[in-house]
Design a protein around this ligand. Structure first.
Ligand code: SAM
Length: 251
């Protein structure tokens, strides 16, 4: 049965599914980068699967490099799966319950910006690798701990709780795949800028990535947080830095 946390996460994404693809820049860029990495390695025949596919950015990028190759798009949000064109294969499934049942072990498990929404991401990652066919490839992009230093600093300075989502530890994810051949382990930094830190925070709600396990800040606490947000020395803008881990693993 789907947990209350997963239900909340999936409801938030479903509410913004129609706008998701045109509102995400970072996710687009990461999907293309991950698809290029996949393109450079040998991937066997057998099921190719995009886990937490959302509107299909990663599966579409993979298909661009491999025309004719079917990539099964798995997501817990029906509204997200409805954004895909009718000609692709989709599966509605809650990944918090584990991988879906498959007729044969997958040759490719790819996933971008989904694993951190699952409780115990390292355990899921380990299970994903174990489910691969021998010689199969796991390709993962996920934001990790160390992201959003500006948000954490602002919360400390304003003496309010930091309500940012907790991200998995990159070393723990690396450890989870250590029984296999790690082809790539990159930790990339991306910084979003805005005149107003409130815009940076609003961008989460705009794409449905606003489920939180924290109590939301009240008006006064939010104003203190925004006032305390550090400004870039050169541009004077408010920044928000993501650290995204890319892992490419062969079983
Ligand atoms: C930030 S979006 C990423 C979508 C896509 N991979 C991309 O890079 O644009 C996260 C996706 O994970 C899905 N998701 C979150 N929790 C899930 C769960 N428990 N089971 C299945 N999908 C889940 C959401 O519905 C959403 O489509």
């Amino acid at each position: 049965m789907t947990s209350p946390w997963s239900e909340r996460v999936l409801q938030c994404f479903s509410a913004k599914a129609a706008d998701y693809s045109r509102s995400v820049t970072l996710q687009h860029a990461i999907a293309f980068r991950l698809a290029e990495h996949i393109h450079r390695v040998r991937v066997l025949d057998g099921p190719w699967i995009d886990l937490g596919s959302g509107s299909g950015l990663l599966a579409d990028a993979i298909s661009l490099h491999h025309p004719g190759r079917s990539v099964l798009r798995v997501d817990g949000s029906v509204a997200m799966l409805q954004q895909h064109s009718g000609r692709v294969e989709t599966l509605h499934h809650d990944l918090a319950l584990g991988l879906p049942e498959l007729a044969s072990p997958p040759a490719l498990l790819a996933s971008s910006f989904c694993l951190h929404w699952l409780v115990s991401p390292a355990q899921h990652l380990q299970a994903w690798c174990q489910a691969l066919a021998p010689d199969g490839i796991l390709a993962l992009a996920v934001p990790i701990a160390g992201s959003f230093p500006q948000w954490h600093d602002a919360a400390d300075a304003a003496e309010v709780p930091c309500t940012a989502l907790s991200f998995p530890n990159g070393d723990a994810l690396r450890q989870a795949v250590s029984a296999h051949q790690v082809l790539i382990d990159q930790r990339l930094r991306f910084t979003q800028c805005s005149e107003a830190p409130s815009e940076l925070l609003r961008s989460f709600a705009n794409i449905g990535a606003d489920a939180t396990q924290h109590h939301p800040l009240g008006g006064g606490a939010m104003r203190r947080l925004l006032r305390a947000w550090p400004r870039d020395n050169v541009t004077g803008q408010a920044n928000l830095t993501w650290v995204v881990q890319l892992l490419l693993v062969r079983r």
